[in-house]
Design a protein around this ligand. Structure first.
Ligand SMILES: CC(C)(COP(=O)(O)OP(=O)(O)OC[C@H]1O[C@@H](n2cnc3c(N)ncnc32)[C@H](O)[C@@H]1OP(=O)(O)O)[C@@H](O)C(=O)NCCC(=O)NCCS
Length: 167
């Protein structure tokens, strides 16, 4: 099930965020960088995000949060462009259609706010970038970024948002 997160979810989202980063980036980012990530440090950032806009969480059958996604105005481009800021699901819950459902919730929220497109930044080394290609994402650029002393490439994908008929 997907629901909108509330402020009280901040600590759990921060914990899932760190756990999912460690699972996703273990072979991509240096171990010391991933090991020093702290859910406590990320919690305040999530409180801020939750106050600013919707964050969607995926729940398992016992109503535990196992993933999350959020979006909003693009941090880079003009006012007509939205951005998917984050989409993370614990490995144990991937491959069951849940990531797509979280993604759809964010895109629908952006459409409702009249954004005409959505960008997402994803590391070139992350196979999840092909998920965005699967759903119409077009690669528009790549920029070097550094994480824990390692040089990486961040790809930007753009997804055109077709207005939904029941908007
Ligand atoms: C990317 C992610 C959210 C996808 O979620 P998921 O629940 O595993 O994917 P779903 O089961 O919803 O897949 C929906 C469709 O996308 C496809 N898909 C899923 N991951 C894919 C991938 N990496 N590459 C290509 N297609 C993919 C599935 O095969 C499925 O296709 P179908 O509709 O033809 O059956 C998830 O793998 C994840 O959390 N990855 C780690 C975190 C991450 O890297 N996030 C992105 C950071 S920018």
């Amino acid at each position: 099930m997907i629901r909108a997160a509330v402020l009280e979810d901040a600590a759990v989202i921060a914990r899932i965020h760190v756990a999912s980063w460690r699972e996703t980036y273990r072979t991509i980012m240096p171990d010391p960088y991933l090991d020093q990530l702290s859910a406590e440090n990320r919690e305040s950032g999530w409180r801020k995000s939750l106050a600013e806009g919707p964050v969607f969480v995926a729940l398992d059958q016992t109503n535990e949060i196992v993933g999350f996604a959020n979006g909003g105005p693009s941090r880079e481009n003009d006012a007509t462009e939205g951005e998917l800021y984050a989409l993370y699901l614990l490995k144990s819950h991937q491959g069951q259609g849940t990531g797509k459902r979280l993604f759809d919730h964010v895109l629908e929220d952006l459409r409702r706010k009249d954004f005409q497109s959505c960008i997402v930044s994803v590391l070139a080394d992350n196979p999840s970038r092909f998920f965005y290609e699967r759903f119409g994402g077009r690669l528009v650029s790549g920029q070097p970024i550094e994480r824990g002393g390692k040089q990486l490439i961040a790809c930007t994908y753009r997804i055109v948002l077709v207005p939904s008929f029941n908007a």
